[in-house]
Design a protein around this ligand. Sequence first.
Ligand code: SF4
Ligand code: SF4
Length: 234
Amino acid sequence: MPSSEPIELTSLDLARCRSWPYSQDHCVTCGLCASSCPVSGVDGFDPRKLIRLISLGLDEAAAESRWPWICTLCGKCENACPMEIDIADAVRRVRSLRDRDQVPGILQQGLEAALEAGNNLRLPTEDFIFIIEDVAEEVAEEPGFEGFTAPIDKKGARLLTTIHNKLVNTHTEDLKHWWKIFHAAGEDWTISSVNWEGTSWGYFTGDDRAIKTMAGRIVEQMETLSINTLLWPE
Ligand code: SF4
Ligand code: SF4
């Protein structure tokens, strides 16, 4: 005889049920995700439809469609979902179903460059250091920041920060905002001269092994520099 005792779910069980591949069972097709999604409607994309595809067992069809690549993985839909379904994670898992040579070019190229060179720009270390020092000199010319420098590979610093690749490419002004805050706060911080890339290209391409590799490199650098705190703005 089946037991009539209620099954008690732990918070871990519930979290698992709301994640891939169980999340579809909880969808009530309310559409709140679609109404909160900033890219809903682009090429017919709708997170509710994507979740329904998965719930119907059509994972492969979902993986072959363009929809998972339209999603920005912003997670806004999850805040709206009354069933607390981890929609962005489902999207990422669907991306992982694609053959790697079918991943959209710009993302896969970014990942391959980041894995090979430590950053998706394939920027050599000496060029990276030149840019960092150049921007730091500009900060030092501003009132209140005289003598400012951007510490690179400072052993024993309190905090290591990663950098988004565009901040050493087209948006160097944005580096200054972070640095000025550190300066004003009296923070003991540093930047790594290698593997400084903060963008997890494995996350965007649905490649868990690449996520682990890139995150592992950052941890290795923290160990090398004897740093316990990481600021990972991405
Ligand atoms: S995570 Fe994707 S589906 Fe959800 S709101 Fe953001 S873009 Fe839309
Ligand atoms: S908000 Fe959640 S429950 Fe509602 S349609 Fe979207 S995924 Fe389903």
